[in-house]
Design a protein around this ligand. Structure first.
Ligand code: ADP
Ligand code: MG
Length: 466
């Protein structure tokens, strides 16, 4: 039996079309549906399927799809030559044995900050002889965002044996002392890259940065320079003046890419990722145009190109066309909205659900008073103590910042003012997605099996059988 692997989207949950997420666990979906009971590992059908999957040559992709993923580090970073030079100027003196100044790199998401710093790190480390006394430690504070976790990670990066490693459960002072000892044992100029440093401060405060920024007064043989990377230009505002001035010795701002620059970045990657002549004219331009409207985010541009290719594969197309980019854009927006809804705090979710329900009935702006009443009723039905209207008003602003709703101030006669809210997301997809949430499910409308997820991005009206 000739086997055709499932569409790409069904194999990778992070890019799975929403409709595919209801595929039963363990099923590979697509045309090659495995039997309903999971066969034992290595059984004929699974092995055959996996073999077919491996052997199937992509019509579009030249080789690894990873080239279009964020984790891929390109060897060239067009339009960041100046930034690479500036970062090297600050950090480079470490190769001569000098202590670099602390540096803060700022810029919106997807402006190449992480990539540039990674490239400078690589360039320095390639100078093997001189770089022996330079040690880089890179921590992504989006993942490690507690003082303990951070100090422990830094310390453990210098551990030479299992016995050196710091376990959990020590006091912070003890971790700090152990970290200093391990650093001094290495006796190097340490460049500590704190990527997404703004998230560390937002979640755990700045005291650990205070500790780190004064470490040079306590270190004996090692020396430390801190290279912070922040998506938030204002993040130092919340810092104590001493920490702020220590970290801000040097500062580099990365500006968003414009559409032409994004095109150059995408063309480089497309050449590596795709076979010759499978990308139609207009594809790269369209991805770049959409992403330049989204703050010039290279990550978004690459995601669009990757998804457009996946849309083309789903259509069994031999070429990627601008239409695939349009589909990719719709899909990406939906995924972002759904992800955003999933991560809201509980009361904010209930509030959004109240707004969506009112708006769905009315298809017209709803006033904050009505929204509050409806929120309160829903919260009570869920057994939650409703929050005060002041907190709800803050949540309304938060939902607006996230781009899920728009609120405009309207006058209500006699100087009274209220906010009128309209919904900025496709209701037919957001409502069912919220109703899938365990918090909202008890007050969600019953729906029959198979009707739970309604996203159909192939349908231009994006409606579902609600
Ligand atoms: N100038 C560039 N050339 C090639 N790829 C780039 C460039 N800038 C960013 N990228 C790519 O875009 C994605 C996002 O870049 P990243 O450095 O993670 O952005 P940031 O850290 O500013 O959010 C990564 O896949 C990166 O490789
Ligand atoms: Mg980054």
């Amino acid at each position: 039996m000739p086997l055709r692997p499932a569409p790409r989207g069904a194999q990778n949950p992070s890019v799975a079309p929403v409709g595919d997420r209801v595929t039963p666990a363990g099923s590979l979906g697509g045309t090659a549906s495995p039997p309903t009971t999971t066969p034992p590992v290595g059984s004929g059908s699974t092995a055959e399927f996996l073999d077919a999957l491996l052997q199937e040559k992509s019509v579009l992709f030249r080789g690894s799809r990873e080239i279009l993923r964020d984790s891929y580090v390109p060897s060239r970073l067009p339009h960041r030559e100046e930034e690479i030079r500036k970062v090297s100027e600050v950090v480079g003196p470490a190769l001569r044995g000098d202590l670099p100044s602390n540096l803060l790199v700022y810029g919106k998401i997807g402006t190449g900050k992480t990539a540039v710093v990674a490239q400078v790190r690589q360039d320095i480390q390639r100078r093997a002889e001189q770089s022996k006394n330079v040690a880089f430690v890179t921590v992504n504070c989006g993942n490690i965002d507690t003082a303990y976790g951070l100090l422990q990670t830094i310390a453990n990066s210098f551990a030479r044996s299992e016995a050196d490693r710091i376990p959990t459960g020590w006091s912070l002072d003890r971790v700090q002392a152990a970290m200093r000892r391990l650093m001094d044992d290495r006796a190097a100029t340490i460049i500590l890259v704190l990527d997404e440093i703004d998230r560390l401060v937002a979640r755990s405060g700045a005291s650990v940065l205070y500790t780190l920024s004064q470490l040079n007064t306590e270190l004996e043989t090692a020396r430390l320079a801190i290279l912070g990377i922040s998506n938030d230009l204002k993040f130092t505002n919340s810092l104590d003046a001493r920490v702020r001035s220590r970290l801000n010795e040097e500062k580099i701002v990365f500006h968003p890419y414009n559409a032409t620059q994004l095109q150059d970045i995408l063309r480089d990657r497309a050449k590596l990722a795709f076979k010759d002549d499978v990308v139609d004219p207009g594809v790269v331009e369209r991805c770049a145009a959409y992403a330049s409207l989204e703050n010039g985010d290279a990550r978004r541009a690459l995601a669009l190109l990757r998804l457009a290719a996946e849309m083309a594969e789903r259509d069994h197309a031999k070429r990627i066309t601008p239409d695939h980019v349009v589909k990719a854009k719709n899909r990406l927006e939906q995924d972002i909205i759904l992800e955003c809804c999933r991560t809201l705090p509980p009361h904010c979710k209930v509030l959004l659900y109240a707004i969506l329900q009112l708006f769905e009935r009315r298809r017209n702006g709803v006033l904050t008073g009505e929204v509050y009443d409806s929120y309160r009723r829903l919260a009570e039905r869920l057994g939650l103590q409703p929050l005060h209207s002041r907190s709800i008003s803050n949540y309304v602003s938060e939902l607006e910042t996230l781009g899920l709703i728009r609120a405009t101030i309207v006058s209500r006669g006699r100087g009274g003012r209220t906010r009128e809210i309209i919904v900025d997301v496709p209701i037919s997809e957001t409502v069912p997605a919220l109703e899938e949430d365990p918090l909202i499910a008890p007050i969600g409308r019953p729906r029959s099996r198979g009707q739970t997820l309604l996203t159909n991005f192939d349908n231009p009206n994006r409606t579902g059988p609600l």
